[in-house]
Design a protein around this ligand. Structure first.
Ligand SMILES: [Zn+2]
Length: 109
């Protein structure tokens, strides 16, 4: 079972106490964006076999949204962090790189 620590209230919660919110760090496009950019924002998602960044909500706790970095194959969690960031904290990227040498995703490494 997947367990994540809510970065706001510190509770170590099982996935049944949380709600998955899809991929984290999506680039949003506003009015005037091209149809291709808007289509990509709406429909195109990563589906990696390995490290992935996701949005989660502590629905049966503090109710806040946060981000988690985890491995989709092993359920290993590299860390959770505030959803108010545009990229993962350096400490989490370093933890991933230490365990997955050569790892890279988007502009994160
Ligand atoms: Zn919480």
């Amino acid at each position: 079972m997947l367990t994540l620590q809510c970065p706001y209230c510190g509770v170590q919660a099982e996935e049944t106490e949380l709600h998955a919110g899809g991929e984290a760090h999506l680039k949003r496009f506003g009015p005037g964006a091209s149809d291709e950019d808007f289509e990509a924002y709406l429909f195109m998602r990563e589906n990696p076999k390995g490290v992935h960044f996701e949005r989660w909500r502590h629905v049966n706790g503090c109710g806040k949204w946060f981000h988690a970095a985890r491995c989709t194959m092993t359920l290993e969690v590299f860390g959770t962090y505030s959803a108010q960031t545009s990229e993962p904290p350096q400490s989490i990227r370093a933890a991933i790189s230490a365990k997955r040498p050569g790892w890279q995703w988007k502009d994160f490494a």
